[in-house]
Design a protein. Sequence first.
Length: 532
Amino acid sequence: MKNLLEKEIDTRRTFAIISHPDAGKTTLTEKLLLFGKAIRQAGTVKAKKSGKFAASDWMEIEKQRGISVTSSVMSFLYEGYHINILDTPGHEDFSEDTYRTLTAVDCVVMIIDSTKGVEPQTKKLFKVCRMRGIPIFTFMNKLDREGREPLELLQEIEEVLDIESYALNWPFGTGKRFLGIYDRYNDAFIRFTGDEQEERIPKEALEAHGELQQQPTFQEGLEELELLEGAGNDFDPERVRAGELTPVFFGSALSNFGVQAFFEAFLEYAVPPQPRKTNERIVQPEEEGFSGYIFKIQANMNPQHRDRIAFLRVCSGVFERGMTVHLTRTGKTMKLSQAQFFMASDRETVEKAYPGDIIGIYDPGAYQIGDTLVEKKETYQYDELPQFPPELFAKVRAKNVMRAKQFYKGIEQLVQEGAIQLYRQDSSDEYILGAVGQLQFDVFSYRMEGEYNVEIDMVSMGERIPRWLAVNDKQLNKRLFDERSLLVKDREGRFAVLFKNDFALRYFQEKNEDVELVDLLQAQEDDFQAAK
Ligand code: G4P
């Protein structure tokens, strides 16, 4: 017999939706929220995106200021499941937070625009999921438009993303000739009518539908399906859970077509909260003592209020309002009196939360990203969050040298908080900031002025490719480096080279064959694979 905690865990599905901008993430999220009755009408999330109203953007004030740093959580109930969708902002809102959010989910839904195939931002986010062995479900969107050949799309996923795929449903035609999908999970044909109504025809009843049988597109679909049965991968839920096989679903989020079939299969095969690694032992979600870790800190953009919200993922036990916990990094005791859930449109005070849930706790400035909170007198810390190599760099200094002290203090604190990464140029000690998205620079500059009263000068260095060096100071021949391959030190004092472009990287490598260059993301993926 399962106890109450185990039952709560079993019904949790905590995931993020990743995609390239415009693939349909907002549209799909909205359809899922509608299923869960978390919003009442279509257009709610959409309207938010255009700046009018924010369902997943609860810091309205910031929105009005034109800066949004929120990647929030939407929670709702659906068919007995507790769903937590973590938002991963794209476009100009892309930041390290987007990556870190992926450490707090148990699975991921990847949306691909079927007219375009795998796009750059999807690739980046996918890599982080792969690095952590997170199960990935694919929704191939916009089937109502003339798309690319479905078989070609599957092949692209396998080749470009290096993951095996299994189509749990199969489209018959696309665009004007789109007839519907064959649901291999339930053995039924779902006819596309375009009016958000789905007509389900069980396999046995298909013979009687002469109007379908007569269409060449339908016959082609049947042939492809047969081909897939014979030559495609086998469906193995275990491999899905291990992140080695991605189930693929075809549909149209806008027409709400194939979305329900996708969501039902997703809920069945997606994993509930899993055991997590700490520096001492593996912690099981059903352990009695509460534990969790902070994966994101939301600074209040209002300079009058220094308080912040720390986003915590519950990993084990039960969170109860007002409970006392230990911050294992410092050994300090903290009382968690102000905690919030993030419903689709509101924040709500949390009384209880279970593994897989995300809660927002009030941060008086005590927390850092990656911090572990535990209820019992334990000392473990959850595995460090991966480091994400920045892609954009900028040189920075205080406009007024008289404000140097505040400048250093501000940088120190914001870097520590994880808002931005800091490097120093080896030859001149100049400060260089690194980020994965432009938003991080904007927020940095804004906060330096608002919170530390320092105006800064920032000179963009554009995109760079960072690679770390495996050698120490003494072995390093500093004459190898120049403006195109700029030598810097990171916060831990490790040497890295910022290459101006791919060409500079290759040129350097050719000329210096014995210098080992480390791609941080790749190295972390290798470590993860080795640990498995
Ligand atoms: P994003 O959050 O991933 O950036 O994408 P979003 O959902 O905003 O969708 C991007 C555009 O693609 C929107 O059109 C949306 O209506 C459209 N779209 C989403 N799903 C489908 C689909 O299944 N079929 C078709 N044909 N279009 C789809 P837009 O013109 O940018 O916005 P709107 O003016 O239509 O709201």
